[in-house]
Ligand binder design. Structure first.
Ligand SMILES: [Zn+2]
Length: 120
């Protein structure tokens, strides 16, 4: 499962950071997930709980945020798509820059960003 690998990466980063600050308990993390990361948020939450079990991050709360999808064309015009995710995928198959009409590609929206860790 794709979400399990992501959860393992996230928790390992969290534990490294917590260790760096000699924390004894991780209270909360904030994760931003791009709509194109193809992450099932319920599965990700489940995997984060499973992977953090028996670590200092067990029982932490997780706040999941979103990120914009950004598109860029060869002329370096950047624009955001703020459509529901199903529409984004339909839109991506015929991606044109709205300014110059050139073929555009995805600049961001696939990433998963560990934004904040609260630990004591
Ligand atoms: Zn353009």
């Amino acid at each position: 499962m794709h979400e399990y690998g992501i959860a393992k990466d996230v928790i390992s980063h969290v534990l490294v950071e917590a260790d760096r600050y000699k924390a004894s308990e991780v209270k909360q993390i904030k994760l931003d997930v791009g709509p194109l990361a193809m992450v099932n948020k319920d599965q990700l939450m489940f995997c984060l709980k499973a992977v953090s079990k028996d670590t200092i991050a067990e029982g932490m709360s997780v706040e999941l945020g979103s990120l914009p999808v950004e598109i860029i064309c060869p002329e370096k015009h950047v624009f955001q798509i703020d459509k529901p995710i199903d529409d984004v995928f339909r839109f991506l198959t015929s991606l044109r820059c709205p300014i110059c009409g050139d073929k555009a590609s995805i600049k961001s929206g696939r990433e998963i960003i560990l934004k904040e860790i609260t630990a004591i």
